[in-house]
Design a binder for this molecule. Structure first.
Ligand code: NAP
Length: 326
């Protein structure tokens, strides 16, 4: 399950970054990563052919980094099929180990055994049709037994030596148990989620300071807060109890206030939220979660427009941070 952060006060505020496209932490490659969980079907029914076409559409328009996982239903096979048809530059790929295939985002099957992790990576490479991935995340760090972490890290480091993996990260929010294992040559990337977006800045209650002190790179995922900052606001508000294991009341309140602000600016909520996230300098990469070809098109347009203008970015930050003072 998602680790829900405490309601601590913000100790930092997001820094604005006007030039948003490249990531020094990733060799000045793209800062935009297309996440594939929605395209794989974990958020609802999809058409596999459409998902494959959407990935090719994105590649043709310059998308050059993708994030996937065995647990994202059909995501790895759809991405693999698209990559086999792609003749352009090979994109940067990340996948994950530890969580097995699932049909929905809330379905958890885990295997952190050495054989399970090795088998999972081999399956991912076969499915994607590649001989290595650039980044391998240990999925759901909050569900790993603390005593198993050193052995898992050693195993994953052996993949780097074998040449099947470029670097390592944790696929989920940082937990205390992982802190001693973070750093260069160990887990050096955190793929955090639900903690750095237009309704939640929890990552600024302490984690960002840790990332800076340990030279960690941050993949900022779920920038639309699992769709709350899109068309799901009313549904999640009405059915709060159903979602309460990962959704906080404060997130809902902030999202409503941000929606009003977006309306005042004549902007769609999701556009404002994505462009806000693009402007946050503390994200080394941003993982966008478009689920349909139309959403990919929209996200790529937002990416071209870039971060919100500075005054609007600051208004969004002020509005969110006020909720952390209450
Ligand atoms: N543990 C981890 O490492 C971890 C955790 C979470 C996410 N991630 C990565 O981050 C990626 C994205 O996260 P996510 O899918 O969880 O959450 P998200 O991006 O916050 O939300 C995805 C939802 O946002 C809506 N959406 C996306 N693009 C849109 C657009 N352009 N316009 C309007 N609505 C749009 C869609 O909602 P509707 O379905 O309502 O249309 C979509 O299902 C994942 O694919 C994964 O690669 C990693």
């Amino acid at each position: 399950m998602t680790t829900i952060a405490t309601d601590a006060r913000l100790i930092d505020l997001p820094t604005y970054r006007a030039e948003h496209k490249t990531s020094p932490a990733f060799g000045n490659g793209t800062r935009l990563v297309l996440g594939t969980s929605g395209l794989g079907g974990v958020w609802g029914e999809i058409n596999l052919q459409e998902s494959e076409e959407a990935i090719l559409y994105a590649l043709e328009r310059g998308a050059s980094a993708f994030d996937t996982a065995p647990s994202y239903a059909d995501a790895e096979s759809v991405l693999g099929r698209a990559l086999r048809q792609w003749n352009g530059d090979h994109p940067f790929l990340s996948t994950k180990v530890g969580r097995l295939r699932a049909e929905t985002a809330h379905d958890f099957k885990l295997d952190y055994s050495s054989e399970g992790i090795r088998r999972s990576l081999e399956n991912s490479l076969n499915t994607l049709g590649v001989d290595h991935v650039d980044l391998l995340f240990l999925h759901e760090p909050q569900l790993v037994n603390e005593a198993d972490i050193p052995g898992i890290l050693e195993l994953m480091q052996s993949f780097i030596e074998e040449g099947t993996v470029g670097r390592l990260g944790i696929g989920g929010n940082l937990t205390d148990a992982f802190r001693p294992f973070m750093g260069k040559g160990r887990f050096e990337v955190v793929s955090g989620f639900l903690k750095m977006n237009a309704c939640n800045l929890d990552v600024f209650t302490g984690d960002v300071a840790f990332f800076k002190a340990h030279d960690l790179a941050y993949y900022n995922a779920s920038i639309l807060h699992f769709g709350l900052l899109g068309r799901r606001l009313e549904d999640y508000s009405r059915n709060y109890e159903r979602e309460s294991d990962w959704l906080k009341r404060r997130d809902l309140d902030v999202a409503r206030a941000i929606k009003e602000l977006a309306e005042g600016e004549n902007m769609d909520l999701s556009v404002l939220a994505q462009r806000y996230a693009f402007g946050i300098a503390e994200a080394d990469r941003i993982v966008a979660g478009a689920r349909t070809p139309a959403q990919i098109e929209r996200t790529l347009k937002d990416w071209e427009k870039g971060p919100l203008p500075r005054p609007l970015f600051d208004s969004v930050t002020d509005l969110i941070s006020n909720f952390y003072k209450k």
